[in-house]
Ligand binder design. Sequence first.
Ligand SMILES: NC(=O)c1ccc[n+]([C@@H]2O[C@H](COP(=O)([O-])OP(=O)(O)OC[C@H]3O[C@@H](n4cnc5c(N)ncnc54)[C@H](O)[C@@H]3O)[C@@H](O)[C@H]2O)c1
Length: 367
Amino acid sequence: MDSVTEFTSVDAIFSAGHQQVVFCADEASGLKAIIAIHSTALGPALGGTRFYPYPDQAAALTDVLRLSKAMSYKNALAGLDLGGGKAVIIGDPARDKTEPLLRAYGRFVESLAGRYITACDVGTYTPDMDVIARETNHVSARSVEYGGAGDSAGLTAFGVFQGMRACAQHAWGTPSLTGRRVAVAGVGKVGLQLVDHLIENGASVVITDVDPAAVDRVRTTHPLVDVADDTAALLAQDPDIFAPCALGGALDDQTVDTLRAAIVCGGANNQLAHPDIGKALADRGILYAPDYLVNSGGVIQCENEVGGYPAERARLMTERIFDTTLRVFALADADGVPPVAAADRLAERRMASVGRLSTIHLPGAHA
Ligand SMILES: NC(=O)c1ccc[n+]([C@@H]2O[C@H](COP(=O)([O-])OP(=O)(O)OC[C@H]3O[C@@H](n4cnc5c(N)ncnc54)[C@H](O)[C@@H]3O)[C@@H](O)[C@H]2O)c1
């Protein structure tokens, strides 16, 4: 997956391979949003809505193009019948999020008639999806009280744990994490529940978080978990596994140069600060599980909710992240490429081979 650099012109949007980019404005409610549909080869584009105070519109456009493209690859690798899309609302969620703004946004989602299905992302939560759902059916991640599947962080953490077990299998010949030292950076919704799985399975865990309340929540349940002051102190403890579970860009040149962990596998999106980091990790013999491969539990839950399937189906599909991760590592070894390149190849093959099935005409269908 090529990285998406800064976009300031319409020509650049075309060259990034996106299908549709919609700018949405409603002056009265203050809504300024961009919905980007990267691909619908496998089905309607599903991806969350990020509510963020971008410094300018170019930054928002760059982000939504990058994020929507990543969703195509994530959904394809997860085996879902979904394409990739994403939306950004420009603003400070603490100040600007109101019922009229969310409902205005919902009406723009509705205008796409199901080509795009939204969900939560940074700055948006299940109650926001309930508000958006008053204007459109094309929304997932609704609260349980409103008929949805609720917050997806639990299934995301479970999927990351499955990916981590596959890493252990590939690196050490056993999926067991018993006795392994795992460093978790960011113990919010995903990190916290990843720690639960790790402790339950006998790993020794060290955590860090910029929010002391997040650290306290982990220590309340797991008093024996160690705490580091920051990510540098966390990695200085020489963990076997580094699990970035905070924001993007955790793996930059400096971190990779000093990292001594055998495995990197975490829930955070966009962990690689730039595309060459995947190769730098491989060159240093560090096994990296691509983020969009192992953190798809959340989107699997959304697809399950939209389809009205039992929760057990989503759990089974998330368990398969173990097998898919092993397939990615096997392909990486066979092709002599970093896992991130192998994951891209698998996703692109599925988008091409399954995506072309719509060329078999079905009477009564539009496509
Ligand atoms: N929630 C999901 O279902 C889901 C799905 C896929 C991917 N993700 C990704 O996983 C990551 C975590 O998501 P979440 O839902 O747990 O978010 P969250 O906001 O609940 O947790 C993030 C945590 O990281 C901490 N943090 C921020 N900067 C930090 C830093 N520099 N060092 C240490 N800690 C830091 C925050 O204080 C917070 O506790 C994000 O990158 C998100 O995009 C989440």
